[in-house]
Design a protein around this ligand. Structure first.
Ligand code: DC
Length: 224
């Protein structure tokens, strides 16, 4: 049996670097499922599909030539044999992914892929529904949270580091709005799995979070 750690998290409560670091530490494969939703959204955008058109989006989701590959331990997303790992990080794709990830057929396609990956590798799998829907029998489930203020500060700092102008008040407002939408939507809302360990990362850095989860995992593995 492969080992599985699932990470659920509120928007901005600890990024992909963290999941990647944790997986590296344990010799697991890090799977960022948000990147998969973004890739399907990009497929729709490239075809000029209106993201409100559920039928068209569902059809595109079924037929998109999507692939996930690992290069030097880093996840890359492919669409029609093209590496789109950078293209999927734009605001436009982010918004489209948020719109299209609510459709049942989009989710079904990606959930199948996520389960296949967990059968092939030991994984740290990151995504809102992984511990609750995709891999409910995971060895360890972690749900990461941080106060909205701290998450807004982190995002604000990220923007400044990239030389992008930002408004802290607006970021905080966006985060609060996104929290509300994420936890109230019909398909796979953001909820903590009942058996997940809640980790408040407000005052922890990446190394501390990684150490804490490694400890939790080792303690669990030792007790079985
Ligand atoms: O984490 P992210 O911003 O890269 O995710 C992109 C979008 O996909 C976001 O709107 C949430 C959605 N998503 C989802 O519905 N289920 C997942 N397992 C992962 C992401």
């Amino acid at each position: 049996m492969n080992q599985v750690i699932t990470i659920g998290r509120e928007f901005g409560s600890g990024g992909r670097e963290f999941g990647h670091k944790l997986a590296q530490e344990l010799g697991f494969v890090y799977i960022d499922t948000g990147a998969m939703y973004r890739t399907l959204a990009l497929a729709c955008l490239k075809k000029g599909i209106d993201t409100d058109d559920e039928n068209a989006v569902s059809e595109a989701a079924q037929s998109a030539a999507l692939d996930i590959r690992y290069i030097d331990g880093v996840q890359h997303m492919y669409l029609d044999e093209e590496d789109v790992s950078i293209q999927i990080r734009t605001e436009q794709v982010s918004k489209a992914a948020s719109d299209t990830s609510k459709y049942q057929q989009v989710r079904e396609r990606l959930v199948d892929l996520q389960r296949e990956l967990s059968q092939k590798y030991d994984v740290v799998m990151d995504g809102r529904d992984i511990g609750t829907v995709v891999l409910p029998d995971a060895d360890l489930k972690v749900f990461m949270t941080a106060s909205a203020q701290v998450r807004a500060q982190r995002r604000y700092k990220e923007y400044l580091e990239k030389g992008i102008e930002a408004d802290l008040g607006q970021i905080l407002k966006d985060i609060e709005e996104r929290d509300y939408n994420d936890s109230h939507r019909e398909n796979s809302p953001l909820v903590q799995a009942e058996d997940a360990v809640l980790l408040d990362t407000s005052y922890m850095n990446i190394d501390e979070v990684t150490r804490k989860i490694t400890e939790l995992f080792n303690a669990k593995a030792g007790s079985e």
